[in-house]
Every structure is written in C-alpha cells, then in structure tokens.
Design a protein. Structure first.
Length: 182
C-alpha cells in the first residue's frame, strides 16, 4: 500500500475514533464508523489506480461518499486552510522521511480534499437533536428545538420545521450508508 495523504488522514481518523467519550455520542460514532469504513476502502486502492481512474468508477464513487459523509463528520471546513497549514502538512510528510516531491503531492491532495468537503449547515443541531430524541422518545420536537436551535430568537414553528428536515436528512444518510457496504 502506497503511503500518501489519505493514509495519514486514515491514521488521524483512527486516533479520533479511539478517543474516550465518543461512545456518549452514538450518532457521531456511527457517522465516524461509516466514514472510516469508506476511507479504508479508498486507501486500499493503489494510489496510481486512484489517480488515473483506471479502477473504473469505484474510486470516484468512494471519494464522493467521503465528501458527503465528511460534511456530517467534520466541523465547519474539513481543515482550516492557510499557508501555515500547508507548511504543517508538508512538515508531517518530511518528518516521516518523505521526499520533498512526495510532501508537495501530499499537500496537493490535502488541499483538494479541503476544497470539496463542507460541513452541513445544520450538522451540529441535527446530530444533537437526533441523539436526544433517540435517548428519550417522550421529548417533543418543540422541546428539542428549545434545546438545540441556535437562531438566538424566540423559536417558532419554522425553527422546528428546519430542525425536523435536517434530522430527516441525517436519518436518510445513515440509512443509505448502513445498507451499502463500501
Ligand atoms: Zn429557533
């Protein structure tokens, strides 16, 4: 297996997965597991096959799944991105005895991933709401809205509607990826 940005990214996701406390967030946990499953499948495809699309539609399909799931797994932008971050990514490669050319390639891949993953705008709210409803089915949507809506005004029916639709989007996403193995 060729080591590249994606294998480093997998290593850091595996570290995140093993952090204590994640079991208290079952939805975050499920999303992370689905993301890592696909990331492992993507890393298992040889780099040259991914790069030249010789592997048929599979690498591209996995990549678009990683982008969709990534929008629910990561906060805000996937990585904050400045010149300083680019230097950091490059240093990770160089510290691990990669050549300058390999480090440059790693930075290019990290930048490309960063440009495609954007957090879902109601990610935080929808995940918290779903975890609350799953843990206590007696909670009404109005109760949940009261606790998670971040509109900073008096909550209205439209707050509840927006929350319900984000949670239903999240439920559909979980269902789709749980039924489909990478
Ligand atoms: Zn509100």
């Amino acid at each position: 297996m060729t080591k590249d940005f994606w294998t480093l990214h997998l290593e850091s996701c595996l570290r995140l997965q093993s952090l204590p406390g994640l079991e208290k967030h079952p939805v975050v946990n499920r999303l992370m597991n689905l993301y890592v499953e696909r990331l492992k499948a993507y890393c298992a495809i040889p780099l040259f096959v991914r790069e030249c699309n010789a592997g048929g539609p599979k690498p591209l399909e996995l990549l678009s799944e990683l982008q969709e799931l990534g929008g629910w797994v990561f906060r805000k932008k996937f990585l904050p991105w400045t010149d300083k971050d680019e230097n950091e990514v490059a240093n990770i490669f160089i510290d691990r005895a990669y050549s300058f050319e390999e480090a440059k390639e790693g930075v290019r891949q990290a930048r490309a991933l960063n440009a495609t993953i954007r957090a879902h705008p109601r990610r935080e709210m929808a995940i918290r709401a779903k975890e609350m409803k799953d843990a206590d089915s007696s909670l009404t949507w109005a109760d949940v809205t009261e606790r998670v809506c971040d509109c900073q005004h008096q909550h209205t029916e439209s707050c509840t509607d927006q929350l319900k639709s984000a949670v239903s989007e999240l439920n559909n996403l979980l269902k789709k990826y749980q039924e489909k193995k990478p």
